[in-house]
Design a protein around this ligand. Structure first.
Ligand code: SF4
Ligand code: SF4
Length: 138
């Protein structure tokens, strides 16, 4: 996926985790182009929106992203190919919040059906990465 061909980034975060988390570390990872954002060119500006999955089982992701896709097309003529969805690490990764979302495959299927490009992970903490390598996390 060529990140130079994207204009709009949609980060999908876990609604349960977001009851406490302000999402700062996701934003920081993007700002610094680290973790799941390492492949985004630093000198390119992106529009960005953060949405929650809407709660288990994540089905609201389909409605939210479908509406977003249609609205962006209508208001700005932006094709869906210019949009990239980024699953936050609290959805996609095993970390101190817990294992990945139990509905991860379902959410990925929903996004695939809308025809939007998908990437996984946002912030990747050094400690969690070390625990993954040690086999403590999957
Ligand atoms: S990945 Fe971390 S910072 Fe981002 S929304 Fe989830 S818990 Fe918050
Ligand atoms: S569906 Fe997954 S990402 Fe959404 S609230 Fe439930 S556990 Fe979190």
């Amino acid at each position: 996926m060529d990140m130079n061909e994207k204009d709009y980034v949609v980060v999908v975060q876990c609604s349960i985790v977001k009851q406490r988390c302000p999402g700062y570390l996701c934003e920081k990872a993007f700002n610094e182009r680290t973790g799941g954002f390492a492949e985004y060119p630093r000198d390119r500006n992106y529009r960005m929106i953060f949405i929650e999955c809407g709660g288990c089982c994540g089905r609201a992701v389909h409605r939210k992203l479908s509406l977003l896709k249609r609205t962006i097309q209508k208001k700005e003529g932006l094709d869906k190919g210019r949009i990239v969805v980024q699953l936050a690490s609290c959805v996609s990764k095993n970390n101190y919040h817990g294992p990945p979302c139990p509905h991860l495959d379902y959410i990925k299927t929903l996004i695939d059906r809308i025809g939007l490009d998908l990437r996984q992970d946002t912030v990747i903490s050094a400690k969690s990465e070390q625990r993954r390598q040690e086999g403590l996390y999957e």
